[in-house]
Design a protein around this ligand. Sequence first.
Ligand code: C2E
Ligand code: CA
Ligand code: CA
Ligand code: CA
Length: 282
Amino acid sequence: TKNTGRNGHHFFQKSMNANAHNQLQLLNDLRAAIDHKELRLHYQPKFVAPHGPVCGFEALLRWERHGVTLTPDVFLPLAEKTGLIIPIGEWVLNEACRQLHQWHLEGHPDWTVAVNISALQFEQPNLLEKVMEIIEYHQIPPAMITLEVTETTAMRDPENSVNILERLTQYGVKASIDDFGTGYSSLLYLKRLPASELKIDGAFINELIAGSEDASIVQAIIALGKTLKLNIVAEGVETAQQQNFLTEMGCNTLQGYLLGRPMTPAQIAAKPDSEWQAHPAN
Ligand code: C2E
Ligand code: CA
Ligand code: CA
Ligand code: CA
């Protein structure tokens, strides 16, 4: 009837407003999050395949909002859309470098850290200057920092990406092509990108079993990466079968819940050093 229609419309508008209101509230809170010291970095270990030792950590952003820990999927799209990702990304790089310097002083001089760089951040003309400034401030060897750029970001304007990554890697930081397999790489440009690492997207690892379609894709990615002399990382490794299978296929580095979840620096410090050494096969 007419009434239902009107009510339905009214309800729709109300929920739209509520949603817009929530997003606005989220944005306002996010603007203040840096100043209010609500951002945190968790660190997920990356291990030499198959059983370690640890070869570095990936910094993953968290937001402590009203006592709730939010993951990036909740707020990063908004940060990217509004440009807030620029100051946030700068905070992330600075905090990761500060933490790495502390780890080096605390007896882990060989640990490295990887930082995710958003598309907007990657395209800032002063990215290299910012990176240099932060790394020099914390007195870290640039080679101990990896910048993870997704395949999709890198292939948006491949010619420009080659340029940006050449300047960054000439300075000395490492580059990793993240979420590989989900974008559309031009092999011509992939060959020219001065990256040292390729990260196979977790989507291919999830249901990885011998003989599956995903297994053939992963095999092909590993072969491609080897040809280009890249270190091959698999993310999202959750089972021992995946661990063994990826190792057999020639994957160099493993990351995932099976080997280590993202952890706070306090949780990392609480683990005995033996945790980071190579483990015997089980
Ligand atoms: P990503 O770079 O692909 O990071 C891997 C994501 O998979 C992380 O989610 C990690 O917690 C999760 N993960 C790790 N191991 C496993 C596993 O075994 N199984 C499953 N199911 N998931 C696993 P998280 O921390 O929620 O981050 C999501 C995405 O947000 C990241 O994906 C990255 O694209 C972005 N991100 C995180 N931190 C930052 C940051 O500081 N800056 C920017 N620009 N992006 C960030
Ligand atoms: Ca990443
Ligand atoms: Ca990834
Ligand atoms: Ca991913």
